[in-house]
Design a protein around this ligand. Sequence first.
Ligand code: E4P
Length: 216
Amino acid sequence: MKFFLDTANIEEIKRVNRLGLVDGVTTNPTIIAREGRDFEEVIKEICSIVDGPVSAEVIGLTTDEMVKEAREIAKWADNVVVKIPMTEDGLAAVNILSKEGIKTNVTLIFTVAQGLMAAKAGATYISPFVGRLDDIGTDGMELIHGLKTVLDNYGYEAEIITASVRNLAHVEAAAIAGADIATIPGSLFPKLWSHPLTDKGIEQFLEDWKSVPKKD
Ligand code: E4P
């Protein structure tokens, strides 16, 4: 399974990248706004730190605007991926961009049908939002199971990025469902390798070690 970091914060990216656990990065306009930095500058910096794909989202809503922005963003780095919203105009943009060899990540997917349309239009990645589905009282993880089955049924190459991940259970369920990728907020990532009983165990071992007789 691949792990992406769902952040544009350089410190968070460096912390997890040091462990060799970062396969890519995803951003959206909200995540970029949080950093208070120039969009192009921050994406270029992330692309220079991380070897894998780095998603940067377009703002335009028409096909022409999206394609124009995407062609510009695609010049920023070899590993940049253009994030396109799941709309009719977005699908048309993905259709054009995929033929030009520009990698796309179709975002804001909430149904199996939407994911299927994006994969068929030529998306490199599709991003179903599990947390936001949970927020409205539905089971977001069911969408991951459904998309996995449908993409496998027809052999689509698009990879599933489990997005809008809010907790450890989401990550574990995405892995069990066979999602290709989970994109994880910087604040959540350390919880993947931590457990209070691990910390308590270390503390106890060190305490007990004090009573072991030492030669000198
Ligand atoms: C990533 O691609 C998405 O933009 C992100 O996971 C959305 O997360 P949120 O629903 O917590 O804002």
